[in-house]
Design a protein around this ligand. Structure first.
Ligand SMILES: Cc1ncc(COP(=O)(O)O)c(C=O)c1O
Length: 403
């Protein structure tokens, strides 16, 4: 399938780059428009992946492009020694769309997780010197740095990197009884950290009762509730944050991915009394909250935070799920369809890698996670015509897989 140019790039990739991502697809995108990407041979692809839930405004979004050009022309980086208007504007928008609190900017989801872990430990110290354990859940993913990897509830991510950071307790996801028993033990737990829709392990949605009971118990036991919104936040699920679907009030949120709509940025957002635990000199980063990254975040937050925008994400997500349910009747290898907004998983009874490859050949970008779950996460700005065209390609891929 690879054109000559892509073949050459593939060889150079193997020569010059770490091979930790394995064999990359033999496609190099050189430009995009809306929810379409174009490769070196000008072949057009429909994007149902958004660079793993990042490019929420699609490609060449006029307001984002304008804001970035203008910001790059003015100033890109000054450091956190100085006031930064873009940072303040982005933080204000985060507060307005979540809860009144304070924001600390980072550069990625893993860094946002690290900051959350450090904040949780700081909080634990206000209770007792032995209060440092953080509960996370099986199937979770919080990042690849040592703290965030240690927090992650998947052995395959951690294997070979031992010793890990101590002080994490992994409990089964959606099992409130196990959590209750752990918290009743008074085993020095300072925080519970969780995704509400586990993205990397296959769009596993938390049970509402589990999360509501967890939030209630955390409050009762004075345990910090940290919600990882790195993949689900900034409109991906049809609400500004996934937690807005669950009727809970978290203490701390982490963001990245869609926050910069394609520019690397992460953020920790915490209620004021917890934010105050990071006093002068306790945490920091050179690049975090860089003018360019925050200029992108301001556009993403202003655009996605609008009620009508979020409603459109919900509508488009519902349309895709309904359509997939129809396909499911014809393709019994589809075991389940689940998701919220434009964060959708199709669980197969078989590995999905070949279907992803075939879709790419046919001009559709999808992804398979946890071996058997096809993930659909298009730009939030995708239009109905493009959605329908993408679903037609997907139906053809399924038809061929059935033969
Ligand atoms: C829920 C969640 N948390 C944290 C991360 C880590 O983010 P990053 O890859 O930006 O470090 C990810 C990445 O997939 C994620 O999905």
């Amino acid at each position: 399938m690879a054109g000559k140019k892509a073949q050459m790039l593939g060889q150079m990739d193997k020569t010059y780059l770490f091979q930790n991502y394995g064999d990359r697809f033999p496609v190099c995108f050189v430009r995009g428009k809306g929810a379409h990407l174009f490769d070196q041979d000008n072949k057009r692809y429909i994007d149902f992946l958004s660079g793993i839930a990042v490019s929420s405004l699609g490609y060449a979004h006029p307001a984002l492009t304008r804001a970035l050009h203008a910001q790059i022309g003015r100033v890109m980086h000054t450091s956190n020694y100085f006031l930064n208007k873009e940072q303040i504007d982005a933080a204000k928008l985060l507060s307005e769309n979540t809860f009144i609190g304070k924001t600390l900017f980072a550069n990625s989801g893993a860094e946002a997780s690290e900051a959350a872990i450090k904040l949780a430990r700081r909080y634990g110290k206000t209770i007792s010197p032995d209060c440092y354990n953080i509960i996370t859940f099986t199937g979770s993913f919080h990042g690849r740095t040592y703290g965030s990897m240690s927090a992650t509830g998947q052995d395959k991510i951690k294997k070979g990197f031992e010793p890990l950071l101590p002080g994490f307790i992994t409990l089964p996801f959606n099992d409130f009884e196990k959590l209750r028993i752990e918290l009743e033990k008074n085993s020095g737990v300072c925080a519970v950290m969780t995704e509400l829709v586990q993205g990397e392990s296959g769009i596993n949605i938390a049970d509402k009762a589990f999360i509501q009971n967890t939030a209630k118990l955390c409050k009762e036991k004075k345990v910090l509730l940290v919600i990882d919104e790195v993949q689900t936040g900034i409109g991906r699920t049809g609400k500004f944050c996934a937690y807005h679907h669950f009727g809970i009030e978290p203490d701390v949120l982490t963001f990245a991915k869609g926050l910069g709509a394609g520019i690397p940025i992460g953020a920790l957002h915490a209620r004021e009394k917890f934010a105050a635990l990071f006093e002068k000199g306790s945490h920091g980063t050179t690049f975090g909250g860089n003018h360019v990254a925050c200029a992108a975040a301001v556009v993403a937050l202003k655009t996605i935070g609008k009620k009508s925008f979020l409603e459109s994400v919900t509508r488009k997500g519902e349309y895709i799920r309904e359509h997939l349910e129809k396909l499911r009747v014809s393709f019994p290898f589809i075991k389940d369809i689940r998701g919220l907004g434009l964060h959708i998983g199709i669980e197969l009874d078989r590995p999905g890698a070949d279907m992803v490859k075939r879709a790419l050949e046919l001009g559709l970008i999808i992804n398979c996670t946890s071996e058997r779950i096809i993930r659909i996460m298009p730009p939030l700005t995708i239009d109905m015509k493009t959605i329908k065209a993408g679903l037609d390609i997907l139906a053809r891929v399924f038809e061929e897989a059935q033969k």
